[in-house]
Design a protein around this ligand. Structure first.
Ligand SMILES: Cc1cc2nc3c(=O)[nH]c(=O)nc-3n(C[C@H](O)[C@H](O)[C@H](O)COP(=O)(O)O)c2cc1C
Length: 213
Protein backbone atom coordinates (compact mmCIF):
# COMPACT_ATOMS: atom_id res chain seq x y z
CA UNK A 1 0.00 0.00 0.00
CA UNK A 2 2.85 2.38 0.84
CA UNK A 3 6.38 2.36 -0.46
CA UNK A 4 9.15 2.29 2.15
CA UNK A 5 9.88 5.93 1.42
CA UNK A 6 6.26 6.90 1.99
CA UNK A 7 6.21 4.92 5.23
CA UNK A 8 9.39 6.63 6.42
CA UNK A 9 7.86 10.00 5.54
CA UNK A 10 4.86 9.36 7.79
CA UNK A 11 7.07 8.46 10.75
CA UNK A 12 9.33 11.42 10.02
CA UNK A 13 6.38 13.80 10.31
CA UNK A 14 5.16 12.10 13.49
CA UNK A 15 8.55 12.41 15.18
CA UNK A 16 9.35 15.89 13.83
CA UNK A 17 6.05 17.55 14.79
CA UNK A 18 6.34 19.92 17.73
CA UNK A 19 4.15 22.31 19.63
CA UNK A 20 5.38 25.77 18.61
CA UNK A 21 4.75 29.10 20.32
CA UNK A 22 6.99 31.52 18.36
CA UNK A 23 6.03 32.65 14.88
CA UNK A 24 7.20 34.87 12.03
CA UNK A 25 4.67 37.38 10.63
CA UNK A 26 4.77 35.85 7.11
CA UNK A 27 1.27 34.89 5.96
CA UNK A 28 0.22 31.26 5.63
CA UNK A 29 -0.51 30.33 1.98
CA UNK A 30 -4.22 29.84 1.36
CA UNK A 31 -3.63 26.50 -0.38
CA UNK A 32 -1.78 25.15 2.66
CA UNK A 33 -4.64 26.23 4.94
CA UNK A 34 -7.10 24.41 2.69
CA UNK A 35 -5.03 21.23 2.78
CA UNK A 36 -4.65 21.41 6.57
CA UNK A 37 -8.41 21.83 7.06
CA UNK A 38 -9.11 19.01 4.58
CA UNK A 39 -6.74 16.77 6.57
CA UNK A 40 -8.78 17.58 9.68
CA UNK A 41 -12.02 16.81 7.93
CA UNK A 42 -10.72 13.35 7.00
CA UNK A 43 -10.09 12.37 10.61
CA UNK A 44 -12.00 9.47 12.14
CA UNK A 45 -15.08 10.37 14.20
CA UNK A 46 -17.48 8.39 16.34
CA UNK A 47 -20.45 7.23 14.26
CA UNK A 48 -18.92 9.41 11.49
CA UNK A 49 -20.52 12.37 13.29
CA UNK A 50 -17.80 14.87 12.20
CA UNK A 51 -18.56 17.17 15.14
CA UNK A 52 -16.03 19.87 14.14
CA UNK A 53 -16.16 23.42 12.79
CA UNK A 54 -13.17 25.63 12.05
CA UNK A 55 -13.15 29.39 12.67
CA UNK A 56 -10.27 31.03 10.79
CA UNK A 57 -9.09 34.14 12.63
CA UNK A 58 -6.79 36.70 11.07
CA UNK A 59 -8.22 39.85 12.66
CA UNK A 60 -5.61 41.49 14.91
CA UNK A 61 -8.35 42.76 17.18
CA UNK A 62 -9.84 39.31 17.75
CA UNK A 63 -6.40 37.72 18.19
CA UNK A 64 -5.61 40.36 20.82
CA UNK A 65 -8.79 39.51 22.69
CA UNK A 66 -8.00 35.78 22.58
CA UNK A 67 -4.47 36.49 23.83
CA UNK A 68 -6.01 38.46 26.71
CA UNK A 69 -8.20 35.47 27.63
CA UNK A 70 -5.16 33.17 27.58
CA UNK A 71 -3.03 35.58 29.63
CA UNK A 72 -5.76 35.93 32.25
CA UNK A 73 -5.96 32.14 32.57
CA UNK A 74 -2.18 31.72 32.68
CA UNK A 75 -1.95 34.07 35.65
CA UNK A 76 -4.87 32.39 37.38
CA UNK A 77 -3.24 28.98 36.98
CA UNK A 78 0.13 30.05 38.36
CA UNK A 79 -1.37 29.76 41.84
CA UNK A 80 -1.44 25.94 41.47
CA UNK A 81 2.35 25.85 41.40
CA UNK A 82 2.91 28.03 44.47
CA UNK A 83 3.02 25.04 46.83
CA UNK A 84 5.93 23.34 45.11
CA UNK A 85 7.69 26.62 44.32
CA UNK A 86 7.24 26.23 40.57
CA UNK A 87 5.01 29.27 39.99
CA UNK A 88 7.90 31.49 38.87
CA UNK A 89 9.12 28.76 36.54
CA UNK A 90 5.56 28.33 35.24
CA UNK A 91 5.17 32.05 34.61
CA UNK A 92 8.48 32.04 32.70
CA UNK A 93 7.13 29.45 30.25
CA UNK A 94 5.77 30.76 26.97
CA UNK A 95 2.47 28.99 26.62
CA UNK A 96 1.02 30.66 23.56
CA UNK A 97 1.90 32.74 20.51
CA UNK A 98 -1.58 33.97 19.69
CA UNK A 99 -0.64 37.55 18.84
CA UNK A 100 2.44 36.59 16.81
CA UNK A 101 0.93 33.86 14.66
CA UNK A 102 -0.64 35.21 11.44
CA UNK A 103 -3.46 32.68 11.67
CA UNK A 104 -5.46 31.23 14.55
CA UNK A 105 -7.96 28.45 14.00
CA UNK A 106 -10.55 27.77 16.65
CA UNK A 107 -11.67 24.14 16.36
CA UNK A 108 -15.06 23.49 17.90
CA UNK A 109 -17.07 20.40 18.76
CA UNK A 110 -20.84 20.24 18.29
CA UNK A 111 -22.13 17.47 20.62
CA UNK A 112 -25.57 17.66 19.00
CA UNK A 113 -24.41 16.93 15.47
CA UNK A 114 -26.03 13.78 14.13
CA UNK A 115 -28.88 13.90 16.65
CA UNK A 116 -29.20 12.21 20.02
CA UNK A 117 -28.29 8.68 18.92
CA UNK A 118 -24.96 8.90 17.17
CA UNK A 119 -23.63 5.38 16.65
CA UNK A 120 -21.15 4.63 19.45
CA UNK A 121 -21.48 7.95 21.25
CA UNK A 122 -24.24 6.74 23.55
CA UNK A 123 -21.76 4.57 25.48
CA UNK A 124 -19.04 7.18 25.91
CA UNK A 125 -20.29 10.76 25.39
CA UNK A 126 -16.74 12.19 25.32
CA UNK A 127 -16.15 10.39 22.03
CA UNK A 128 -17.30 13.57 20.25
CA UNK A 129 -14.41 15.45 21.85
CA UNK A 130 -12.03 12.56 21.13
CA UNK A 131 -13.04 12.74 17.47
CA UNK A 132 -12.29 16.46 17.43
CA UNK A 133 -8.86 15.76 18.95
CA UNK A 134 -8.18 13.31 16.09
CA UNK A 135 -8.96 16.11 13.62
CA UNK A 136 -6.60 18.45 15.46
CA UNK A 137 -3.77 15.91 15.38
CA UNK A 138 -4.26 15.60 11.62
CA UNK A 139 -3.89 19.38 11.38
CA UNK A 140 -0.71 19.26 13.47
CA UNK A 141 0.86 16.63 11.24
CA UNK A 142 -0.32 18.32 8.03
CA UNK A 143 1.09 21.68 9.22
CA UNK A 144 4.42 20.03 9.95
CA UNK A 145 4.47 18.40 6.50
CA UNK A 146 3.71 21.84 4.96
CA UNK A 147 6.76 23.30 6.73
CA UNK A 148 4.45 25.27 9.02
CA UNK A 149 4.46 25.45 12.80
CA UNK A 150 1.38 24.91 14.94
CA UNK A 151 0.70 25.51 18.61
CA UNK A 152 -2.27 24.20 20.58
CA UNK A 153 -3.55 26.75 23.09
CA UNK A 154 -5.92 25.50 25.77
CA UNK A 155 -5.29 28.12 28.44
CA UNK A 156 -8.64 29.91 28.43
CA UNK A 157 -12.08 29.85 29.91
CA UNK A 158 -14.48 28.47 27.32
CA UNK A 159 -16.97 31.22 28.19
CA UNK A 160 -14.39 33.90 27.25
CA UNK A 161 -13.71 32.26 23.87
CA UNK A 162 -17.44 31.78 23.24
CA UNK A 163 -18.01 35.48 23.95
CA UNK A 164 -15.15 36.68 21.76
CA UNK A 165 -15.97 34.42 18.78
CA UNK A 166 -19.77 34.50 19.24
CA UNK A 167 -19.95 30.71 19.57
CA UNK A 168 -23.36 29.37 20.70
CA UNK A 169 -23.49 27.96 24.26
CA UNK A 170 -23.88 24.29 23.25
CA UNK A 171 -20.76 24.31 21.05
CA UNK A 172 -17.43 23.52 22.68
CA UNK A 173 -14.39 25.60 21.71
CA UNK A 174 -11.94 22.67 21.94
CA UNK A 175 -8.76 24.39 20.80
CA UNK A 176 -7.15 27.57 19.60
CA UNK A 177 -4.48 26.65 17.09
CA UNK A 178 -1.80 29.14 16.16
CA UNK A 179 -0.34 28.51 12.73
CA UNK A 180 2.52 30.22 10.92
CA UNK A 181 6.14 29.94 9.89
CA UNK A 182 8.84 29.90 12.52
CA UNK A 183 12.59 30.20 12.57
CA UNK A 184 12.82 28.17 15.77
CA UNK A 185 11.16 24.82 15.07
CA UNK A 186 12.11 22.92 18.25
CA UNK A 187 13.85 19.56 18.01
CA UNK A 188 12.50 18.46 21.40
CA UNK A 189 9.31 19.34 23.28
CA UNK A 190 9.66 22.85 24.67
CA UNK A 191 8.60 21.64 28.14
CA UNK A 192 11.39 19.05 28.05
CA UNK A 193 14.00 21.65 27.09
CA UNK A 194 12.71 23.92 29.87
CA UNK A 195 13.19 20.96 32.28
CA UNK A 196 9.50 21.03 33.20
CA UNK A 197 8.87 17.39 32.37
CA UNK A 198 10.61 14.53 30.60
CA UNK A 199 9.24 11.97 28.16
CA UNK A 200 8.24 8.84 30.10
CA UNK A 201 10.11 5.60 29.50
CA UNK A 202 7.92 3.75 27.03
CA UNK A 203 8.78 0.36 28.54
CA UNK A 204 7.20 1.42 31.85
CA UNK A 205 3.93 2.25 30.12
CA UNK A 206 3.60 -1.04 28.33
CA UNK A 207 1.78 -3.99 29.87
CA UNK A 208 0.98 -7.45 28.58
CA UNK A 209 -2.38 -9.10 29.05
CA UNK A 210 -3.16 -7.30 32.33
CA UNK A 211 -2.54 -3.97 34.03
CA UNK A 212 0.63 -4.45 36.06
CA UNK A 213 2.97 -2.19 37.96
C1 LIG B 1 -4.90 18.97 24.58
C2 LIG B 1 -3.63 19.76 24.53
C3 LIG B 1 -3.62 21.05 25.05
C4 LIG B 1 -2.44 21.81 25.01
N1 LIG B 1 -2.45 23.10 25.47
C5 LIG B 1 -1.33 23.86 25.40
C6 LIG B 1 -1.33 25.22 25.80
O1 LIG B 1 -2.33 25.79 26.20
N2 LIG B 1 -0.18 25.91 25.71
C7 LIG B 1 0.97 25.34 25.24
O2 LIG B 1 2.00 26.02 25.19
N3 LIG B 1 0.99 24.04 24.83
C8 LIG B 1 -0.13 23.31 24.89
N4 LIG B 1 -0.11 22.00 24.44
C9 LIG B 1 1.14 21.45 23.89
C10 LIG B 1 1.86 20.54 24.87
O3 LIG B 1 2.49 21.31 25.87
C11 LIG B 1 2.89 19.73 24.07
O4 LIG B 1 2.21 18.92 23.17
C12 LIG B 1 3.79 18.86 24.95
O5 LIG B 1 4.57 19.65 25.79
C13 LIG B 1 4.69 17.94 24.13
O6 LIG B 1 5.44 18.68 23.20
P1 LIG B 1 5.37 18.41 21.65
O7 LIG B 1 3.94 18.65 21.20
O8 LIG B 1 6.31 19.39 21.01
O9 LIG B 1 5.74 16.99 21.40
C14 LIG B 1 -1.27 21.24 24.46
C15 LIG B 1 -1.30 19.94 23.94
C16 LIG B 1 -2.46 19.21 23.97
C17 LIG B 1 -2.47 17.82 23.38
Amino acid sequence: MFTNEEKEAIYKVIFTRRDVRSFLPDPVPEEAVKRIIKAAHHAPSVGFMQPWNFILIESEEIKDRLAWAAEKERRALAIHYEDDGRSTKFLDLKIEGLKEAPLTICVTCDPSRGGSHVLGRNSIPETDMMSTACAIQNMWLASCAEGLAMGWVSFYKKSDVRDILEIPPHIDPVALLSIGYTDVYPKNPILETAKWRKREELDRLLFHNKWSL
